[in-house]
Structure formats: C-alpha cells, structure tokens
Design a protein around this ligand. Structure first.
Ligand code: ADP
Ligand code: MG
Length: 331
C-alpha cells in the first residue's frame, strides 16, 4: 500500500527525493528519501513549528503542560536537539547530516535505519532470546556510554520506539558482506561471535528531542567555573545519567519477555508502581530466563538512583560479559 506522501517544499532540500513516510512521532513526521547527490537513502525528520499539540495528530500521551509550550521554548528545544546531534558521532547513534528550517518547518536530515523500530521487532518476535537481547542491549548501552562519558548528554527518552536498527549483519571489516538469509555463514565466523543478531544487525539510538546536556565536572564547564557548582547540580548530573540506566533496564526486561516491567490501565496506578519499583519476574514467562539476566535487571530497575547500576557496572555484569553466574567471590 503505497500512500502518496508529500514533504513540505523547502529550498536547499531539492536534492532529496521523498520515497515514503516511515514514522510519525508526537512531534514530527519522518520520511525515507533518496539523496540524489549520493544515490544513498536518508531519513528526513520534519517538525512543524508552533503547532505541536497532542490533539492535532490524534496522540494523547502528552502531558497537558506540553501543549502550552511557547514558540520560544519550542524553537529552543529543537535547536538544542540539533546542537546535540551535530556533535555526536557514534555507530550506535543515528547521525544527523543536515539541518534546515523554513518559516513553518524544521528539517533534520538523518542517517536512515532501514530496519525501523525495535518496538516492531518485539511485536513480530514476541520476545528475544537472551543472546539476541544481549546483542541489542549492549549496543544501546555502548551508545549511552558514549553519550554519558564523552558528550555529557543524557538521552532521557530511551524506549523501544526510539531504538532503531539496520538489518545488516555486523561483520569484521575485512570480511565480505553477507546477507542474513545465508545461515551457513554464521558458522564461518563472519558474524560477531556468539551474537548472530537474528536480522537486527546494528542498533542505533534515535530521537534527541528530550536530551539534555549536563554539566561535566571533569571536562567542560559550560555553566561556570569548576569548584563553584552547587551540590544539587552535581547531584542532578549524577541522577540524570541514572534515568537512562533505568530505561535500559525497562527495555531489557521488555525484550526478554515481550511485555514491560511496569504496566497498569490507570496512569495513577502505573505511576505508583514505578515510584515503588514494583515489578515481578512473572511466571511462566520468566521461568526459562537466567538468574544472571534477572540479577542485572534488578540492579537496573533499582528505585534508589545511588544504588542503581551505572553504565560501567552494566558492562561488568556477568550477563553482559557472558561469564558464569553467580560470579566467584574473591577471597
Ligand atoms: P519524535 O520526537 O516525534 O518521537 P522520532 O525522532 O522518534 O520523533 O521519530 C519518529 C519515528 O520515526 C521513530 O519512532 C521511527 O519509527 C521513525 N524514524 C525516526 N528516525 C528515523 C531514521 N533515522 N531512520 C528510520 N526511521 C526513523
Ligand atoms: Mg520518538
């Protein structure tokens, strides 16, 4: 079903030929397009200025406060997203290649992720094997580690809709390119060992609309002089990184069993559950899943942000390193 799609015209973007719509978020339309200058496909995120209300596109999940955004804060937000993305270069993060704006629209030209959302893979596969879950979540975490440690950026909106992928196998750079249909190749070691990827290939984090640059003590000091920062700012920096770790825990839980750790029809009840960190490894779905995976999730879905795993602790966990669990206690 090829619906006719139209992107608003804007001078400077003539080289892109719109192919189809690939997504509509609460704030934007995203199109697949052909860059006629390079003959490569790209994604173009088109954000309409000044009319970003929930009712407009029939999505009602926005907080009421969000509808009252002023033109100025809206513009500030999108320019922040662009500024953040301009400085970010990592294989697990969607790359921004160009930015334009007209009177009515913002245009973000992005690296295209042909595989679409991780969310759709969950719907398709119901749940992932532990190996496939590891393949995915480790890449998400690599993107997050880069954001946290190299960029001083907290994503703040990690969820399956914002995790995209390329359906290409990850092969050592010296190997010939393979297709995923070619199962024999897996035995020839052309895929990342023990990974396979199940058609998911490279995972990329998208949607920096809610990201926040945090103040980094050790490197840059955009907000003032080192040593004069108030404790709540230092504390906030630490806590804000931990929100991404919580989200990684939610995503990992979800891909392993096919449903989210916290759910309730009523928003009030759901909020209560989240606040208390009230989740269970529901039987029978969680019965076949390893204690190691459960231990990792417990440490990520930990209500106290001081106790919650940091990105470094995540990478040291036996489930992530594929080591025996429980680990041998050092004497
Ligand atoms: P929003 O802020 O409105 O949520 P997103 O940046 O998350 O906007 O984009 C909305 C949807 O568009 C995504 O969930 C995804 O399905 C699709 N999309 C966004 N960027 C890309 C991309 N680079 N490649 C492929 N699909 C994309
Ligand atoms: Mg989104």
């Amino acid at each position: 079903k090829q619906r006719k799609t139209q992107m608003p015209y804007y001078p400077g973007l003539e080289r892109y030929e719109i192919l189809e719509k690939v997504g509509d978020g609460a704030f934007s339309n995203v199109y697949k397009a052909l860059d006629t200058a390079t003959d490569k496909k790209v994604a173009i995120k088109v954000v309409r200025k000044h009319e970003l209300t929930a009712s407009e596109n029939g999505k009602n999940h926005l907080h009421p406060n969000m509808k009252k955004k002023t033109k100025a804060t809206e513009r500030a937000n999108i320019l922040k997203e662009v500024q953040i993305m301009r400085n970010i270069k990592h294989e697990n993060i969607v790359q921004l290649t160009q930015f334009s704006e007209s009177d009515d629209y913002y245009f973000l030209v992005l690296e295209l992720c042909e595989g679409g959302e991780l969310f759709h893979q969950i719907v398709k596969l119901t749940y992932f094997s532990e190996d496939l879950a590891r393949h995915v979540i480790v890449q998400v975490a690599q993107g997050i580690r880069y954001l946290h440690e190299e960029c001083g950026v907290v994503h703040r909106d990690i969820k399956p809709e914002n995790i995209l992928f390329d359906p290409i196998p990850i092969v050592p750079s010296t190997s010939p390119v393979n297709t995923f249909d070619d199962e024999d190749k897996e035995d020839e070691g052309l895929f990342v060992p023990g990974v396979g990827g199940g058609g998911i290939g490279r995972v990329k984090i998208a949607d920096f609309g809610l990201s926040k640059v945090i103040w980094d003590n050790s490197t840059l000091t955009p907000c003032g002089t080192v040593g004069y920062t108030a404790p709540e700012i230092v504390r906030d920096q630490k806590y804000s990184k931990s929100v991404d770790m919580w989200a990684i825990g939610c995503v990992l839980y979800t891909i392993l069993c096919g449903f989210p750790p916290f759910y309730d029809e009523s928003i009030r009840a759901l909020t209560e559950k989240v606040a208390r960190g009230q989740f269970t490894f529901l039987s029978p779905w969680w019965d076949p899943i390893s204690d190691s995976a459960k231990d990792l999730i417990r440490n990520l879905l930990c209500v106290d942000p001081n106790e919650r795993y940091t990105i470094e602790e995540f990478f040291e966990h036996p489930w992530v390193t594929n080591s025996p669990f429980p680990p041998k206690k050092p004497l």
